[in-house]
Design a protein around this ligand. Sequence first.
Ligand code: NAD
Length: 316
Amino acid sequence: NVKIIIHIDSLALGNAIGGTRMLPYDSVESAIQDVKKLSSAMSLKAAIHGLNQGGGKCVIFNPEKLHFNEIAPLYTSALNQLAGSFIAANDMGISIKMINDIRHLSPFLISSNQLIDDPSYFTALGVFHCIQYITKNHLDTTIPNIKIQGLGRSGAPLCKMLLDSGFKVSAYDIKVSHVEQFKKHPNFSALDETNWFSLPCDIFAPCASGNVITNSNVHLINSKFVCGTANNPCENMAVINTLHSHHIQFIPDFVSNGGGLIYAAGTYHQLSRKEIIDKIKNIPKLISKLSCSSSNMYVNALSIANEKISSFVNES
Ligand code: NAD
């Protein structure tokens, strides 16, 4: 019953680079919905960050909870059939080590043989630069309070970068052990499951799964900005519009969390580490560009990214 679902949203700008995710989906339909949404976000992400890559993503529907090594032959045969249109990295539920262990089965896997570091660190780095930019340019405090949901592969390095730079951080994670590592830090506070969502902060950084801000809880958001690593943190466009009308600035996820893709694509194209980090440091310039008009930043970002994709399609 295992299904390898690869969705390629666009190849207009180049071959697609995207993660492979293995989560406990309720049904094949929900896995398909997830992969489509993620894959189109990858196209937007590549376009807005000026990368010559398409958008694609893979999810593995694994109801029997088979070990990844058992699924690997099916997974890599799917990648090999696509012959490089889709280059796969790791994502939620799959570690770099798991990908690295099966690397001999496909040349279309990006693993730590090429990626010296986990791309998640670079995703966190991009969000960190965005938060620094927002603090400097849009907040009236020099030590803002950042609230993080999810201290996993991207949330934990973000939390560390923020604490190391003197920010106050509060965080909630369903896994207590992920919170434990930060508890001794004087600027860190652990949040409770019951009320973490509505507690006020300057910047809310969703770094867990998607769809965390919904039609039914958006009115509880008590922050000036939303800027995190999570893909699709808002359930739908209505939620994004509500945030905008409440004067809560939502930094589009495909803008703030592009650091991992910039790193993966940069490594694939053999850029130096410095060139990659310089590109990531430039992410906040996009925020400044997107906030030039009074309209919704997400809508502005969508139109810039879609314009890039369609102008390329028209040229070629
Ligand atoms: P991860 O699985 O390593 O971490 C997720 C963390 O969130 C875990 O610690 C988990 O316990 C916690 N969590 C899960 N559900 C939660 C809930 N309901 N409330 C609180 N905590 C919860 O994942 P990650 O790689 O850090 O990715 C996080 C998000 O960022 C995902 O949406 C992913 O698609 C997105 N993203 C990640 C990267 C990357 O490079 N890792 C790049 C782009 C986007």
